[in-house]
Structure formats: C-alpha cells, structure tokens
Design a protein around this ligand. Structure first.
Ligand SMILES: CC(=O)SCCNC(=O)CCNC(=O)[C@H](O)C(C)(C)COP(=O)(O)OP(=O)(O)OC[C@H]1O[C@@H](n2cnc3c(N)ncnc32)[C@H](O)[C@@H]1OP(=O)(O)O
Ligand SMILES: O=CC(=O)O
Ligand SMILES: [Mg+2]
Length: 548
C-alpha cells in the first residue's frame, strides 16, 4: 500500500512492498522522485554493465584467463593522482563494519573505531523492512538523534560525544529492489540504497564534516566501466542536490578477480570521488572460483586453508597497496573472520592472536587501515595500527619493490581437499542461508563471522568439487566428490545442525528450505552468479499496488 507517501507517489513509481507508518519520513514524494530520476537515467547503463559481465564470463568459460587490458595501458602507465583525500577521512586506521541495524549502528559508532561502514550488502538480508528501516536508522545516525531501548535487558543506547565517521555500502549492481517499481520494472538496489541515503542526508552530513561527504563503499565491481557508472551517479546526485562536485567520496572494494586487473582504471574512473580501494578478501576468493569455473584444473583446497598468506592473496593485497599509494589514496585492509568467544578464554585468546597477526601483516605491508567485525576487537586492532603507523596513514609508502604479474595473481593456492571441508562448507552454508531467509545477514557460526561473501565461498567450492569430481585427501579408500556423496553429507549435516541448535529452533527456523536452496545451487549444471539473487525471491513480499 502506498497510502502513506507524503505528497503522493511520483508518476511511474509504485511501492510494491508493505508501507508501514514509520516508513513515511523516508519514502517521501521528493525522495522517491530523486531515486526515480537516477533509475531512469542510469538503468540502461546498469543493464549494459551486467551484460558485459556475462560476455566477459563467457570468454573466461571458453578458456581465456583474466589479464591486464592492453587497451588501457596508458592509464596504468600514466602519471596522475586522484583528488586529495579530505581531512575528515585522512586517518581511517580502524573501520568497524556491520549491518544497518539500529542497535548495532549505535554500538559501532561508539566503538572507538575511526570509521563505521554501515552495510546494505554482504551483512544485510535485503528484506524490504531491513532496507527501509536501515535508511531510517542512518538518517537518525547522521542527525545524531538515534537511540535504542532494549526493554528485555532494560538497556538504553545513545551516541557518545565522539563517534566514528559513517561510510555506507549500498548493494551491488546485480541486485534488484523488487518492492519499488519504476516505470513498471523493479528498481536497482544500488540506486535505491544510494539515492535514499544521499537524498535524506547529504546536506546534514556535509554540514557536520567540513562540507565533505557523504562517504561510500562500493562492492563487487568487475570492471572500470562499473566505476565510471558510479562516478556518473555521483555527478548527477551532487548536481541535483546543489552539492560541491567531488564532495562524495567512495572506496571501491577490490573483491572480484577481474577487478584486480583494473585497479588503476577503476581509480581513474573515480578520480574526483575516490577514497581508495579495499581488499575484500572473502568475495575475492568467491570470485576467483567463479571466474575460473570452467577450468577443471583450478580446484581450490579446503576453505579454511585459503588464508591471506597464500601467494595469490598476498600478491593481490600488495599490488593494491602499490596502486593506491601511487594514485595518492588509501589502501584498506580487509576482514579477519574471528570474533570474540565468550566463556572460553583459551579459544578467545587464540582467535584474538589470529586477528592480531592478520592486522600486523596488513599494517606492515603498507595498508592505511583495516576492518574489524566486532567492537570487542577494535582496541586491539587500533593498538596494532598505532604501534606500526605513526602518521594518519602511510600513503607515502610507495611499495616500488612490488612487482606482480598476471601469473602471480592467478597462482593456485596449495592445500588438501577433505571430507571435513565439504561438511563444513555445507553446514555453514545451510545455516547461513537459513538465517538470511529469516532476515539476518551476518551471523556467528563456529566462532567465526559469516556473511554473504563467506557463504558464497562455501557454495561455489562445493559446486566446483562436485562438478569436477574432486578427489578427497585423507580418506582410507579413494573418495571422489559426487552428487551422491554431497547428498549424503547434506543429510548428515542437517541432522547435526538439528542436534546443535535443538529441535524446537530447527523446526521454527528455515533450515529445510535453506538446505533445498543451497543444494540446488551446489548441484546446478551451470553455476549461479549469486546465491543471494536466487535466495532473494524467497524474501520478496509484494502487496497489491495502489497508485496515488
Ligand atoms: C565479507 C564482508 O563483507 S565483512 C563486512 C560485513 N560483515 C560484517 O560487517 C559483520 C559484522 N559483525 C557482525 O555482524 C557481528 O559481530 C556477528 C553477527 C558476527 C556477531 O554478532 P553477535 O553474535 O551479536 O556478537 P556478540 O553477542 O558478541 O555481541 C556483543 C555486542 O556487540 C555488538 N556487536 C557485535 N558486532 C558488532 C558490529 N559489527 N557492530 C556493532 N555492534 C556489534 C552486539 O550487537 C552486542 O551488543 P550489546 O552487548 O549491546 O547487545
Ligand atoms: O566485502 C568484503 C569481502 O571480504 O567480501
Ligand atoms: Mg564483499
């Protein structure tokens, strides 16, 4: 029902999701008109970049491997830099991340981290309610009026005086927003997230941050043409809002294999709006498998063995640092998956040590900052960066020693493939999808943070092993991963999940549905591009539309 849109719906706009009274201040006539204008102008380009992805993948499937594009050598070799970094984000040594959930936003802003990346992406299940409430929460955060009351625990939340600076990550180009139609077609999720946030907050944000911002993180891009599209969106939004050109700044996640060959080009496309690049390691591993899916000789080892010291990942991070520093912008590190473990000091110390080692590696390599998954980790990560990065950043560390070739980026990680790896992928994948279908996009599982990117690794790795009949190491009799082996593992792991979570929670949860969805994806003849695209159909809730 759209009965609550103040000023009525703009022509051609339909709200197909439920309209709750609290949505009124976000889904206004003017805000929807702003989003519709972006959608009308950029929808053809969004479709074009997605079509280009398909064509590029078809070439990889035909045997090509990703490489640096000879046509853009002049950009890679040229002597140019991005626009100077605004003071307010010069020092971003620790960035906490989390979904746009009200209590978590307050906790993250209060965490002591320099920045907070509020996420509509990997860590959010994009139900209509999560999306619109996320916008309400961010608006209240920008205006510093956000509060939360946990009545069950009699606990009140409000902002401290000094808080982290907000960065917002909209959805990737591939995800539609089915609950909002523009001219009869679902809107582009990325433009809805960006458009609503920018419309409601740009002025207040800039007023509070020396006329800089708002700041964004841009996910899952594969090519500089996608960055050029974002750049055009920024130009258009700034002009429409009367905001200074270049006030918006965005950090691009280099989290697909094709994108690592396009880093200079991506920065060049966004050079007036860039705040650097980030090593999105989890999606990068997922994308590595996805990109080489037709190459039977490129099977990855167990997911737990694909760590940041594997040469292909080390090479990617070092090349990213060199690229960013050459162009005068930040090279941000990524997310260690370990989170604090309550009630087990030894395990907690071990997890903290793994995070510390990861952050130490990052700061010593030249990263200007990094991500933390949990407020409990922020002090330790700060300490590591404080001890090793005396200035606000280390953009001056040029890393001219780094020399990385195509082959270095495509080097296969080493390690075993085990039945336990298949089991863990399955157990984690099913539980994650069950949570996602229930509206939660990041969860603690077996003491690790799991989100859409980590779950994707589990899915595509299972698919790859089944598709090519991977031989498992360490079995008494030679064991190949077949469809039957996977089905047996799935049944056993579902039983184990039921034992672990208990029968009542298992029955009330969406585990069976998740298992079906996950299995369909692992067993598909052709690999699906995204787990969440398939799963999205199960969280869409359309209501009869009524135009005002
Ligand atoms: C691949 C990528 O894209 S990585 C980036 C995307 N992923 C993320 O951002 C994940 C962020 N982290 C999280 O979502 C959470 O830490 C989880 C789900 C992994 C674990 O959360 P929980 O089980 O709630 O952890 P836990 O019970 O220890 O939380 C303790 C407190 O810290 C808060 N908290 C935990 N993580 C965060 C966070 N990232 N931001 C803000 N607050 C947080 C909890 O809300 C809770 O608050 P309370 O004590 O006031 O109730
Ligand atoms: O978004 C981050 C990632 O690692 O994926
Ligand atoms: Mg990601």
């Amino acid at each position: 029902m759209a009965g609550g849109v103040r000023g009525g719906l703009p022509a051609g706009v339909e709200i197909r999701g439920e309209f709750r009274p609290c949505y009124e201040s976000i889904l206004t006539h003017e805000a929807l008109a702003f989003v519709a204008a972006l959608e009308r102008e950029f929808r053809p380009r969004v479709k074009y970049v997605l079509q280009c992805r398909k064509e590029q993948q078809a070439r990889f499937d035909a045997g090509e491997l990703p490489r640096f594009d000879p046509a853009t050598a002049a950009i890679r070799d040229g002597d140019w830099t991005c626009a100077p970094i605004p003071d307010v984000i010069a020092d971003r040594r620790v960035e906490i991340t989390g979904p746009v959930e009200r209590k978590m936003i307050i906790n993250a802003l209060n965490s002591g981290a320099k920045m907070f990346m509020a996420d509509f992406e990997d860590s959010l299940a994009p139900t209509w309610d999560n999306i619109v409430r996320g916008q309400i929460n961010l608006r209240d955060a920008v205006n510093r009026t956000i509060t939360f009351e946990d009545t069950a625990r009699n606990k009140k939340y409000e902002l401290k005086e000094k808080t982290a600076v907000l960065l917002v990550r909209p959805r990737g180009w591939h995800l539609p927003e089915a609950h909002l139609e523009i001219d009869g077609e679902p809107a582009t999720g990325a433009l809805v997230d960006f458009g609503l946030y920018y419309f409601h907050n740009q002025a207040a944000f800039r007023a509070a941050h020396g006329q800089s911002g708002p700041f964004f993180y841009l996910p899952k891009m594969q090519h500089a043409r996608e960055a050029a599209l974002w750049n055009a969106v920024f130009e258009r939004a700034q002009a429409a809002a009367g905001a200074p050109r270049g006030s918006v700044r965005a950090t691009v996640l280099i989290e697909t294999l094709p994108a690592v060959f396009q880093m200079h080009e991506i920065l060049y496309a966004l050079r007036d709006h860039s705040a650097g690049l980030n090593c999105g390691r989890w999606d990068y591993i997922f994308s590595f498998i996805k990109t080489v899916r037709a190459h039977a000789d490129r099977l990855l080892p167990d997911r737990v063995l694909v760590g940041m010291t594997q040469p292909f990942l080390r090479n990617y991070t070092e090349l990213l640092i060199q690229t960013c520093h050459r162009r005068g912008v930040h090279a941000m590190g990524g997310m260690a998956a370990q989170i604090p473990i309550r009630d087990d000091k030894a395990a907690n110390d071990k997890a903290a040590e793994l995070v510390r080692a990861d952050k130490l590696r990052e700061v010593r390599a030249g990263h200007d900052g990094t991500w933390a998954a949990h407020p409990g980790l922020v002090p330790m990560v700060l300490e590591v960066f404080d001890a090793n990065m005396p200035g606000a950043n280390q953009v001056h560390v040029k890393r001219d020693d780094v020399s990385v070739t195509c082959q270095d980026l495509l080097q296969m990680p080493k390690g075993v493939r085990t039945l336990e790896g298949l089991r863990l992928n399955t157990r984690v994948g099913v539980q994650y999808v069950a949570a996602w279908l229930g509206g939660t996009g990041s969860v603690p599982l077996y003491n690790l943070m799991e989100d859409a990117a980590t779950a994707e690794i589990s899915r595509v790795q299972n698919w790859q092993w089944i598709k090519y009949g991977a031989m498992l190491d360490g079995e008494l009799v030679p064991t190949r991963v077949t469809r039957d082996v996977f089905q047996r593992v799935l049944a056993e792991e579902l039983e184990r999940i039921e034992r672990e979570v208990g029968a009542p929670r298992f029955r009330a949860g969406r585990y069976q549905q998740a298992a079906q969805l996950f299995a369909r994806q692992c067993l598909a003849e052709q690999l699906d591009d995204f787990l969440t695209l398939d799963a999205y159909r199960h969280i869409v809730r359309l209501v009869p539309s009524s135009r005002i």
